[in-house]
Design a protein around this ligand. Structure first.
Ligand code: SF4
Length: 384
């Protein structure tokens, strides 16, 4: 085997945590979103197709080497460890380990194409890569990628059909907001119209679409607009998945400048929840039939999740039950959640007595609203 390493990019959607990662492009071709700190110091590059194919070969070779140590359901771990130790570099060992983890603990039928906007690649190159994945890693049943809305709007129906046929299964896209005013505020470089055109084309080609929204990203000033216009996009696109990522202003991001200029006031944790309620209340179950999820710790109520054509009344009633709790109970749950409590408020009794007492004490005695929000923010900083 000539090549021992393949590139690994920095991120993938949480739902692709178990997928093999194939870096097809490097960094982000837009790189201007005010809230995003991910690629700010790096320039965008496409990788030559021949180089990406070599990475796929390396993955396939590691897969073969590793599977040679499997007998039925049993792994010959001493042989795996010896092979790992004999690899020529730390990078090679990291790649071997990634393939091993993918085969043993991950979803050995899924691969995600990195980085931030692989769909910007020329379609014929992408087709060549997707086809090569299918050829060299035939166990792969699901190929997914990120794509920016304005890129998605430019790709032709014909190209989407070809990509679907070659085996592209799902596109993840950070729409963030459906409101043109908010998109401008955060410098997203796309419009509501492009989101709808791009999203519809993806869906019409039979490719699954998973879109991400950030309740709260328009601040108090644009909260209503953010909720209503986002619901409008969801109704028009009918995506397979809507994933909520409650916005929290990150220290060091360019959103601090937007705030300093007086164009953005961060909502309180509760105001953001009310915005989520408004967004969900305006989704039309006759038009949007996919699934909405709160699958990130940054969302206050992770249980707000369901099929948009069936579960909206349930989700609204769940939020309303929480909002109707006595103030102290709400605060206790808020704080517990922001400290990392993974369950809903009905499970709060499961916390250790001493933890509950500590939380209750803080919730009762942090009277000043500003201090309270600062306290919550400090905990949330760990998740963003
Ligand atoms: S498109 Fe995505 S990766 Fe690029 S700057 Fe915006 S949020 Fe960051």
């Amino acid at each position: 085997m000539e090549q021992h390493v393949f590139q690994i990019g920095p991120i993938r959607p949480p739902s692709e945590a178990n997928s093999l990662l194939l870096r097809v492009t490097e960094n982000c071709p837009w790189n201007k979103c005010k809230f995003c700190m991910l690629y700010k110091k790096n320039d965008f590059h496409t990788r030559p197709v021949a180089e990406v194919k070599k990475d796929i070969d390396t993955m396939a070779n590691y897969r073969d080497m590793i599977l040679a140590h499997k007998d039925g359901e049993n792994w010959n771990m001493p042989a795996v460890q010896k092979e790992y130790a004999e690899l020529p570099s730390d990078e090679a060992r990291m790649c071997y380990q990634m393939v091993f983890t993918w085969l043993t603990e991950g979803d050995s039928q899924a691969i995600f194409l990195q980085d931030a906007n692989t769909m910007v690649l020329r379609t014929e190159w992408l087709l060549e890569i997707v086809s090569y994945v299918r050829e060299r890693l035939p166990e792969i049943k699901r190929i997914t990628s990120y794509g920016r809305a304005n890129t998605l709007a430019k790709i032709s129906e014909e190209d989407y059909r070809a990509l679907r046929q070659a085996g592209l299964d799902r596109i993840h896209s950070g729409y963030e907001s459906g409101s043109d005013k908010v998109l401008q505020l955060i410098c997203k470089g796309t419009t509501q119209e492009e989101q709808i055109i791009g999203g519809r084309k993806v869906r019409d080609a039979g490719i699954e679409l998973s879109i991400y929204f950030m309740p709260g990203v328009g601040g108090r000033e644009l909260s209503d607009d953010n909720a209503l216009e986002t619901a409008k996009v969801i109704n028009a696109v009918d995506p397979d998945f809507v994933r909520l990522r409650t916005f929290v202003l990150r220290t060091g991001s360019l959103m601090e400048e937007v705030r300093a200029a007086g164009n953005y006031t961060e909502e309180t944790d509760m105001e953001k929840l009310l915005e989520i309620r408004k967004l969900i209340a305006n989704i039309d179950p006759a038009k949007a039939r996919g699934r909405i999820t709160s699958d990130h710790i940054i969302n206050l109520l992770q249980e707000v999740s369901g099929d948009m054509d069936q579960d909206i009344p349930w989700m609204l009633s769940y939020i309303d039950q929480f909002l109707a709790l006595p103030e102290l109970e709400k605060r206790k749950y808020q704080l517990a959640r922001r400290m990392g409590f993974p369950l809903d408020w009905k499970q709060l009794y499961r916390l250790k007595e001493s933890d509950l007492a500590y939380i209750e004490d803080l919730a009762k005695n942090t009277v000043d609203e500003k201090q309270w929000e600062t306290l919550l923010h400090r905990y949330m900083d760990r998740y963003i």
